[in-house]
Design a protein around this ligand. Structure first.
Ligand SMILES: Nc1nc2c(ncn2[C@@H]2O[C@H](COP(=O)(O)OP(=O)(O)O)[C@@H](O)[C@H]2O)c(=O)[nH]1
Ligand SMILES: [Mg+2]
Length: 200
């Protein structure tokens, strides 16, 4: 059995830090000296996360964020159990664009759990840059969603916690877990079938 139990998609404008967030979570590293690389279309990776001692295989889709790939990006929303919509608190434009990503997502996956993620927390904490998105606006906006957090892919702050919360929320959702159980049964049957054919 190899398919993912949960699908998480990352959305947000270019340069907000989506790829860095995934790399920090999956590979536990951050490299600021690497020249910026635009994600083309989307990139996929997976990681196992344990909740109540049980392992869950989580598939993460990191999308491009560029308008050039927008039609393509829609394909990746399909079947997503959760979406992390990233914005950079020091870039007002990335926040304004957030509504667009939310609308896009809702037209394809109405039931998808949505988490807002303000990135590059280390820069805000060090006062290196000026915060452009007021905290109270973010708090008001995120009330109707599943969560909001500020992360730093540089230090790793809140990154693990964000993904852990998402998976815990999925595990607590009866409808999501019904699908997970059905898929696991189906995959087990397929595996058994394959084994029978091997003996022939
Ligand atoms: N200081 C700092 N820089 C970050 C952080 N996350 C991303 N960056 C930088 O922001 C730029 C864009 O990051 P990237 O992950 O490629 O953005 P994407 O286009 O949304 O995938 C890169 O130069 C990263 O090094 C962070 O948490 N802290
Ligand atoms: Mg990227």
């Amino acid at each position: 059995m190899s398919r993912c139990d949960f699908k998480i998609v990352l959305l947000g404008s270019e340069h907000v830090g989506k790829t860095s967030l995934v790399i920090r979570f999956v590979n536990c590293r951050f490299n600021a000296s690497t020249p910026y690389q635009n994600t083309i279309g989307a990139a996929f990776c997976a990681k196992t996360i344990c909740v109540n001692g049980k392992p869950f295989n989580v598939g993460i889709w990191d999308t491009a964020g560029s308008e050039r790939y927008e039609a393509m990006t829609r394909m990746y929303y399909r079947g997503a159990h959760a979406a992390i919509i990233c914005y950079d608190p020091c870039c007002l434009e990335s926040w304004t664009r957030l509504r667009h990503w939310l609308q896009e997502l809702r037209t394809v996956e109405e039931e998808c759990k949505v988490y807002l993620c303000g990135t590059k927390k280390d820069l805000i904490d060090s006062d290196e840059v000026r915060r452009e998105v007021p905290e109270d606006i973010v708090n008001t906006y995120s009330q109707g969603l599943h969560g909001h957090c500020l992360t730093s892919s540089k230090t790793g702050e809140n990154v693990e916690e964000l993904f852990q919360k998402i998976v815990e929320d999925c595990v607590a959702d009866i409808n999501v877990m019904k699908d997970v159980k059905e898929l696991r049964v189906q995959l087990q049957k397929e595996d058994e079938k394959k084994r029978v054919y091997c003996f022939c």
